[in-house]
Write a protein of this length. Structure first.
Length: 710
């Protein structure tokens, strides 16, 4: 910054279906530091089993041996007994931010810095959601079969805070060094309750119930040291470099999952294959990266100038992931009566009673247990991942003729990615590739304020560690199981772009763009079976063809009364296609003869619309804007066989913001988000009938804030 600056802002907001609502939101007990976005140890694995080598005693041996019985009792009772959500009345959401910066002289040279700190604590909730799963089965049918149909209630509290610091020092007019530091902390506590019919696995007359208590904690730390150096005596060349280190952690401590059912005769039960469970998941990832760029300018004739640029990069990433799973088991003598708190109450958990039993004149002591637990070790759910990327590139930026400029080159990129689990029966996930990625851009200056651009570039998209790690993880929030695929390949993408742009005045633009993308081995999420297992898979090829129209125009030319109003928007129209393999097509047509041999590209909408109107009066210090955006129906998950794919439906979002700087130092901010409260909906379509896959509404939010600025 040129001079000292300081800014502080505070705002509060409410959601019309969450804030101060005592008939809907649910929660559970958290730690004393949840407001800081981390757990203070309240959800940690209890001391008696914190060591992974500890073996939980078998109930058979514990039933006849006092020392073993006491050990099992101590372990079971060391866990928090809360397994069901309770009602909660959330308060107002809070947001705070602070930033400052300055420039000064150190040893006679300029030193500048910027620092910021932000904090938010917000609630979200819905109690009118639906969660369903459908299948077509092996026979042609007029309707889809229902695996389950549940009402869905979910509430979350999310805390996010972070800090950013940047400092730069100009050692000489030609040499500048900078240091960036970043830290983000995020904690999200979630409670969820689902209830309904589960005919796939239960008597259709029975009522299925499940509750989830979860906590997700993430933190990100990053430091980057960089330098820029100008060498006027060496052809005016410039060198820039960056070295960074970073780490990220994601912990899911004590995620609790409880499923039960109620028969039409008002009898309660817990299925033995879906026992109450507690999951502990931990992920730790480190990253190191270094890049170097060298640019050398050159002249072509007396007036034209171009430059050559080349450089390289090396990036390394390592991840450790492990999971521990504890399952509860119930002594049949102590029946579940529908009250979760009673089932896990002091009188029904661990060692319940000591009795005597006489066999052939010999009296034995017998130790009776209610609810006990054991640990399930899944070797595939413990993995390590390593990734190394090395790259080198060369490019040239050169004027061809007076109005035509060429920018192009190539990048050679090598990837070595390895994921290994503790399950030695599974093949490791290994991806090793060398890719040459060319790029070419032509810029033709039609006039001083209009350009025509044409571009081609080859890029790649790599699978993530989670996608290539061959293990299965249960998703508490959706009830699905996600399975990694160690045979995943990277995606190659050929990108073609053509764009005309006209900058009529400062702040105004009219542009038309066309683009075509060809994907080799794109990755899709695919439902594998009726057990709701989902896997990432490569498909052979996909194509995306589209156009975008962009405009931003001030209305002072229409009327002087409209001189402070600007309207703008962009509209994208896209056609995407994925070729379905012959094997998959035959499977689909066995139950759905009219199935087509192509489908849309996963995640790609056929249209995207963004429109905004802004009033900006500098003299009065008032700025207000109205924004609307909507996307077209897009493929979310590819289904198994003839069962229709899952599509996310359009949900128009209308937001409004207002700011007024009423003094030199103070400003007022107002906003309204999701004014239309559109329904978030995913569906499957079969024989002109819509089947709900998932639906919910997030509610409208209204906020007011003040900011102080120097």
């Amino acid at each position: 910054p040129d001079k000292f600056s300081l800014n502080f802002s505070a705002s509060t907001s409410l959601n019309d279906q969450v804030t101060f609502n005592n008939n809907g939101p649910i929660s559970y007990s958290g730690s004393g530091s949840d407001w800081l976005g981390w757990d203070d140890g309240f959800r940690d694995i209890p001391g008696p089993v914190q060591n992974e080598d500890v073996v939980i005693p078998d109930i058979g041996k514990a039933g006849s041996d006092l020392e073993t019985a006491l050990k099992l009792d101590r372990i079971v009772k060391s866990f928090n007994s809360e397994m069901a959500p309770v009602a909660k009345t959330p308060g107002l959401n809070q947001n705070y931010s602070f930033s400052t910066g300055n420039q000064m002289q150190i040893l006679g040279r300029p030193f500048g810095f910027l620092a910021s700190l932000t904090y938010s604590n917000s609630y979200s909730s819905y109690n009118d959601g639906e969660l369903n799963r459908w299948n077509l089965g092996a026979q042609v049918s007029e309707t889809l079969g229902n695996d389950f149909s549940l009402t869905d209630k979910k509430s979350s509290q999310e805390v996010l805070w972070g800090g950013l610091f940047k400092a730069s020092y100009k050692l000489t007019p030609s040499h500048v060094f900078s240091l960036n530091g970043l830290y983000n902390q995020n904690g999200e506590s979630t409670a969820r309750y689902l209830e309904g019919k589960y005919p796939y696995d239960l008597d259709p007359s029975a009522t299925f119930r499940t509750s989830v208590l979860s906590y997700l904690e993430r933190d990100l730390t990053s430091f980057q040291l960089s330098g820029e150096h100008q060498f006027e005596k060496i052809f005016g060349s410039r060198i820039s470099w960056k070295a960074s280190v970073g780490s990220s952690k994601q912990d899911e401590p004590d995620n609790r999952y409880f499923t039960s059912f109620k028969t039409k005769k008002n009898l309660y039960g817990i299925k033995p294959n879906v026992p109450p469970s507690r999951y502990y998941r931990f992920m730790d990832e480190s990253r190191n990266e270094f890049s170097l760029d060298l640019m050398v300018p050159f002249k072509l004739g007396a007036t034209k100038q171009g430059n050559i640029k080349f450089g390289g990069l090396y990036a390394q990433k390592h991840r450790d992931y492990y999971e521990r799973l504890f399952e509860y088991h119930q002594n049949p003598v102590y029946n579940y009566d529908g009250d979760i708190n009673t089932l896990f109450g002091e009188d029904n958990i661990g060692l319940i009673d000591t009795t005597k039993k006489t066999v052939r004149g010999v009296t034995y002591k017998r130790y009776d247990f209610g609810v006990v637990m054991n640990e399930i070790f899944l070797p595939a759910n413990q993995y390590e991942g390593d990734q190394e990327i090395s790259a080198a590139y060369a490019m040239v930026d050169v004027p061809i003729v007076r109005r035509l400029r060429f920018i192009g080159g190539a990048r050679l990129e090598s990837t070595d990615m390895l994921v290994v689990t503790e399950d030695k029966k599974l093949d490791q996930g290994h991806l090793k590739t060398d890719d040459l990625l060319p790029s070419a851009n032509l810029i033709y200056t039609l006039s001083p304020n209009a350009n025509l651009r044409a571009a081609y570039g080859k890029t790649i998209a790599r699978p993530l560690f989670r996608e290539i790690a061959p293990y299965a993880s249960f998703d508490f929030m959706g009830g699905d199981t996600y399975i990694g695929n160690n045979n995943l390949q990277r995606t190659l993408i050929d990108n073609f772009d053509l764009r005309w742009e006209w900058f009529t005045r400062p702040g105004e633009i009219f542009a038309v763009s066309g683009f075509y993308k060809d994907f080799i081995n794109p990755i899709e999420l695919t439902i594998l079976n009726v057990n709701h297992e989902i896997m990432w898979k490569n498909v052979d090829e996909a194509r995306v063809l589209g156009m975008e129209f962009e405009a931003r125009k001030r209305l002072d030319g229409v009327s002087s009364l409209l001189k402070d109003i600007t309207v703008g928007g962009n509209f994208s129209f896209v056609d995407s296609r994925v070729d379905i393999t012959q094997e998959e097509l035959e499977l689909m047509q066995a139950t759905r003869p009219d199935a087509e041999n192509t489908r849309p590209f996963q995640g790609q909408s056929p249209y995207i619309v963004n429109v905004n109107v802004t009033y900006d009066n500098f003299e009065r210090g008032v700025v207000t804007s109205l924004y609307y955006n909507v996307f077209g129906e897009r493929l979310s998950v590819v289904s198994l066989g003839g069962t229709p794919d899952v599509f996310e439906q359009p949900a128009g979002m209308l937001n409004w913001s207002f700011s007024w700087r009423f003094t030199k130092y103070l400003g007022l901010k107002l906003s309204a988000k999701n004014i239309l409260n559109s329904e978030m909906k995913m569906t499957q379509q079969y024989k002109e009938q819509e089947y709900i896959y998932r639906t919910y509404k997030i509610g409208r939010s209204f906020s007011v804030g003040l900011d102080y600025k120097i």
